[in-house]
Design a protein around this ligand. Structure first.
Ligand SMILES: [Zn+2]
Ligand SMILES: [Zn+2]
Ligand SMILES: [Zn+2]
Ligand SMILES: [Zn+2]
Ligand SMILES: [Zn+2]
Ligand SMILES: [Zn+2]
Ligand SMILES: [Zn+2]
Length: 283
């Protein structure tokens, strides 16, 4: 791995909050145990028969030894013992459950056997002790597939590519908006510029002559834009003129006589209403 100033010794990206490239590190050593039967790993040297299970013929996992001296995986032995008259599959002798014991010496020897990494096909050339497999995969194997450290990113990347992915390729890495300088996830940058960024120059929807309008100024501009549609301020007195702010201005300047007439009509009709209301209440 190339050294990088942005990384500390634990391989943690110095961001805020810190992104951990090795979330599993320090989680405790554990040894890989297949769900059923023995190990299917590819061993560097041919494994001696004494390390193979008499039932599944794979390399023993958590070996148990019978009184007759034959060895079985823990799960294979459990399967044998579940029958009514358990028999050793190697010598046909009956198995007495209480005489079966954990063969820890054999287990230690097996866990020390050298294997090829499970990601050999992906490019890992490591040879390691069987007992070290899980630690290697969890912490070290450069060809292990990992999830991106950013929860929103669903991409899987090899450990050796993770740093590059996080810093340079991840769609969810922070990018700086060139207009407002705020930090935005890369994947939403375009949308931010197109619909949200307050510092982007937008054109007036009414196609007026103002050319330097920022998105943050748009709503204030719309109420005063010369091309915005509006109504005459004498509308409530009956003027039906409609037009742009500019046309309304011109209309109001040139329609003083009409507007005064409208006012007269309006006040006349108001008086009539009052009179008829009075005569009605006078009955
Ligand atoms: Zn077995
Ligand atoms: Zn036997
Ligand atoms: Zn590996
Ligand atoms: Zn990512
Ligand atoms: Zn912006
Ligand atoms: Zn405008
Ligand atoms: Zn008017």
């Amino acid at each position: 791995m190339e050294p990088s100033k942005k990384m500390d010794s634990a391989g943690t990206l110095q961001t805020n909050p810190p992104l951990k490239l090795h979330p599993e590190r320090g989680a405790g050593t554990s040894i890989f145990v297949p769900e059923q039967g023995g190990y299917k790993e590819r061993f560097v040297k041919t494994v001696e028969d004494k390390y193979k299970c008499e039932k599944c013929r794979l390399v023993l996992c958590n070996p148990k030894q019978t009184e007759c001296g034959h060895r079985f995986c823990e799960t294979c032995m459990a399967a044998l013992l579940s029958s009514s008259r358990p028999k050793c599959t190697a010598c046909q002798e009956g198995i007495i459950k209480d005489k079966v014991f954990k063969d820890n010496c054999c287990k230690r020897e097996i866990l020390a056997l050298q294997i090829y990494c499970r990601n050999e096909g992906g490019g890992c050339t490591e040879q390691l002790a069987l007992g070290h497999l899980l630690v290697h995969l969890k912490n070290d194997c450069q060809f292990e597939e990992l999830s991106c450290v950013r929860a929103d990113c669903k991409e899987k990347v090899l450990r050796r590519d993770l740093r590059d992915h996080v810093e340079k390729a991840c769609k969810y890495r922070e990018a700086t908006c060139s207009h407002c300088k705020s930090q935005v996830p890369m994947i939403t940058l375009q949308k931010h510029e197109d619909t949200e960024c307050p510092c982007v120059v937008v054109s007036c929807p009414h196609k007026c002559s103002v050319q330097t309008l920022l998105r943050s100024e748009l709503s204030a501009h719309l109420s005063e834009c010369v091309n915005a549609p509006s109504t005459c301020s004498f509308k409530r007195y009956g003027c039906v003129f409609q037009g742009t702010n500019q046309q309304i201005k011109a209309h109001e300047a040139s329609s003083a006589v009409q507007h005064v007439n409208l006012l007269k009509e309006w006040s006349n009709s108001l008086e009539k209403k009052k009179k008829s209301a009075n005569t009605q209440s006078g009955r």
